[in-house]
Design a protein around this ligand. Structure first.
Ligand code: MG
Length: 255
C-alpha cells in the first residue's frame, strides 16, 4: 500500500494511491488508522508533500554500505554510526534543496531508504523490531561535505534547512530484499546499489537506536547510502529512486 500526504484545494489530506487516484483517509494514518472518507481524487489534481514530518527526530546511519565506507576512506564501523538531522531539514517531493553557499562550497546527495516508525519503540529486540515499522520511504541525506570534515562532527553539515528531502510516498509492504537505490543527477545515474548490501539490517538498526532513545511514531531512520556520492550544483535536478516505492525528485538553488 502506498500512502501519500498531499494538498488539495489548500487542504492537507492523506490518501492511499489506487489506480492513478488517491483514496482519501479520515486523518493521518500513523495516528488515525485507515478509515476512508469515500472520496477519490485524481493524482493529477494534488500536490504531494513530504509523506511524514517527524515530530521528534530523523535518525541517520553513516557508512552502512561497505563500498561507500571504502569511498569515504575507511572501514565500515563495527557498530552502526548514528547521528541526527533536525526535523526542520525535511522537505517533500519537488521542493527545492538550498545549497548554503555562504559557508559551504560542496553539497552532496546521498540516496537512502528511510524507515518510518509506526509505534513507540524503546529497547525493542531485533526479532520484534519490524512490528514497529509503519513503512518505508525514499530519502536524500543531503550533506555539506566540506563542513563534515571541517567541523569534526556532523550536526551542521547534515542539518541545514532543506537537507532531508523525503517521499514521494510511504510503501507499507516494501520487499527490502529486492529494493534497489538509484540516484540520478540531471538524468545521469550516480548511485545504484541494492538495499541487501546494507551492513547493519533494518531490524538491527531499530534495536540499536531504540536502546539509546525512544522512537516515536513518524520518526525516520535513514539507513545509509551506497557508493557513488557526489556533489550537485544550482539548477540541477536530483532524483533518488527506490524500486517498489518511487522517485523522489528535487531541484537545487543556491542560498
Ligand atoms: Mg547518509
Amino acid at each position: 500500500m502506498k500512502i501519500a500526504r498531499f494538498s488539495h484545494q489548500e487542504t492537507l489530506r492523506y490518501g492511499i494511491i489506487d489506480d492513478g487516484e488517491l483514496v482519501v483517509l479520515e486523518g493521518d494514518p500513523l495516528f488515525a488508522g485507515f478509515d476512508t472518507t469515500g472520496e477519490r481524487i485524481p493524482l493529477t489534481e494534488v500536490t504531494l508533500l513530504a509523506p511524514v514530518i517527524p515530530r521528534s527526530k530523523v535518525v541517520c546511519i553513516g557508512k552502512n554500505y561497505h563500498d561507500h565506507a571504502a569511498e569515504m576512506g575507511g572501514e565500515a564501523p563495527a557498530e552502526p554510526l548514528m547521528f541526527l538531522k533536525p526535523n526542520t531539514s525535511v522537505i517533500g517531493p519537488d521542493d527545492v534543496i538550498v545549497r548554503p553557499t555562504a559557508v559551504s562550497s560542496r553539497t552532496d546527495y546521498e540516496g537512502e531508504v528511510a524507515v518510518v516508525i509506526g509505534r513507540i519503540a524503546k529497547n525493542v529486540p531485533a526479532e520484534r523490531s519490524l512490528d514497529y515499522v509503519f513503512g518505508y520511504t525514499v530519502a536524500n541525506d543531503v550533506t555539506a561535505r566540506d563542513l563534515q570534515s571541517r567541523d569534526g562532527q556532523w550536526t551542521r553539515a547534515k542539518g541545514f534547512d532543506t537537507f532531508c528531502p523525503v517521499g514521494p510516498v510511504i510503501e507499507t509492504d516494501l520487499d527490502t530484499d529486492a529494493a534497489v537505490i538509484t540516484t540520478r543527477v540531471n538524468g545521469e545515474v550516480r548511485q545504484n546499489g541494492p538495499m541487501s548490501d546494507m551492513i547493519h539490517s533494518v531490524p538491527d538498526l531499530i534495536a540499536y537506536a531504540s536502546a539509546v532513545f525512544t522512537l516515536l511514531p513518524g520518526d525516520l531512520i535513514l539507513t545509509g547510502t551506497p557508493a557513488g556520492i557526489g556533489p550537485f550544483e544550482a539548477g540541477d535536478t536530483v532524483e533518488v529512486e527506490v524500486s517498489g516505492i518511487g522517485v523522489l525528485r528535487n531541484t537545487v538553488r543556491d542560498a
